[in-house]
Design a protein around this ligand. Structure first.
Ligand code: ATP
Length: 319
């Protein structure tokens, strides 16, 4: 609310929030409500989205994409209105904030769009935190996590960061306190996959096999043990993603990407979430950098990252 006669001064809060990979992802059968239960180990990695939220005198929410984005956004379908997850996050925060103003959100995109790394979810998590600061809403992390879950199953994890086990729709999170670093090479595709379509494909493949799938209720403890000790070789043996075969069915080229990662020295490779980004596990940071360099030489969009990294955090706050 503005005070009549007072001069408006705008303020910008900038927040960064990480993308994620699912180190393990077990997917249950299609539920009556149309969703799938999952049991997953999430790892936040050092590839960040950034949202700069600037208060505006005019009411309402506007969204733009920053020219500093490292993705080629030509021809990429990112809605800038109410369809954008960051817009929806700001709208939810405005509803619960007494001192909400208009806001402009400038998003710097680095996480591949529709890549299975929760890029839109990271934008939403960053926006929740930025608007909370901008409007002095004073919500606790727990209250923010609650709003995050309303926006999408992957949004709470981008707020939390680190390593966590996700059950239910992936939003029932328990931090896993695994701090040892693992090193990965992300190979982005120049197209996206629709998450609902990947799930539908998995249901179709399973129906054709006639095998009953159990509801997942826990993750493989070996994944957490390997992450806690940072034992990349052991971790490489237990990576699992039930969605991988559906992603490969929709995009057979992923098989080649996984194969070329392994033939260039990756310990193991996995499709991240619903894909098509592939995450290749390396021995250490040096091996990851050299694997990324090799793959780039063969024309892949490869980037070395590490995890776990912290969740969404404020990087600047300027008047
Ligand atoms: P997830 O792994 O959470 O399913 P994803 O990483 O595969 O998601 P996103 O990049 O988050 O995919 O976005 C998927 C779709 O959502 C995009 O194709 C786009 O149309 C829409 N979208 C809405 N808001 C955003 C946003 N802020 N950034 C990118 N895409 C967005």
């Amino acid at each position: 609310m503005s005070i009549p006669g007072a001069r408006f001064t705008s303020r910008t809060v900038r927040v960064k929030a990480p993308g994620k990979i699912n180190v393990s992802l077990d997917v249950g059968p299609l539920r009556a409500d149309g969703y799938h239960s999952v049991a997953s180990v999430y790892l936040a990695v050092s590839l960040y989205e950034e949202v700069a939220a600037t208060s505006t005198e005019a009411p309402g929410i506007t969204v733009s994409l920053s020219p500093a984005s490292t993705l080629d956004l030509d021809g990429v379908d990112i809605p800038l209105g109410a369809g954008n997850l960051a817009y929806r996050a700001a709208a939810i925060m405005a509803d619960v904030s007494e001192h909400a103003t208009g806001v402009h959100l400038e998003i710097t995109k680095r996480v591949p769009v529709a890549g299975g790394m929760g890029g839109g979810s990271a934008d939403a998590a960053a926006t929740l935190l930025a608007c909370d600061a901008l409007w002095n809403s004073g919500l606790s992390r727990e209250e923010l996590a609650h709003l995050a879950a309303e926006l999408g199953a992957d949004v709470p994890f981008s707020l939390l960061g680190g390593t966590a086990v996700g059950l239910g729709l992936g939003d029932q999170l328990s931090p896993a306190l695994a701090k040892a670093q693992t090193h990965w090479v992300l190979v982005a595709a120049d197209y996206g996959l629709s998450t609902p379509e990947v799930y539908r494909t998995l249901d179709r493949l399973r129906a054709a096999e006639g095998v009953d799938t159990a509801e997942p209720t826990a993750v493989d403890p070996a994944v957490l043990t390997a992450l806690r000790s940072g034992d990349a070789e052991a971790l490489g043996r237990v990576l699992v993603n039930d969605l991988q075969r559906a992603a490969v069915e929709l995009s057979p080229a992923l098989r080649d990407t996984l194969g070329s990662g392994e033939s260039h020295g990756a310990l193991a490779g996995i499709v991240s979430g619903s894909g098509p980004t592939v995450a290749l596990l390396a021995d250490d940071s040096v091996a990851a950098e050299s694997l990324a360099t090799d793959l780039r030489r063969y024309g892949h969009a490869a980037l070395a990252v590490h995890g776990p990294v912290p969740g969404a955090r404020i990087i600047s706050d300027t008047h």
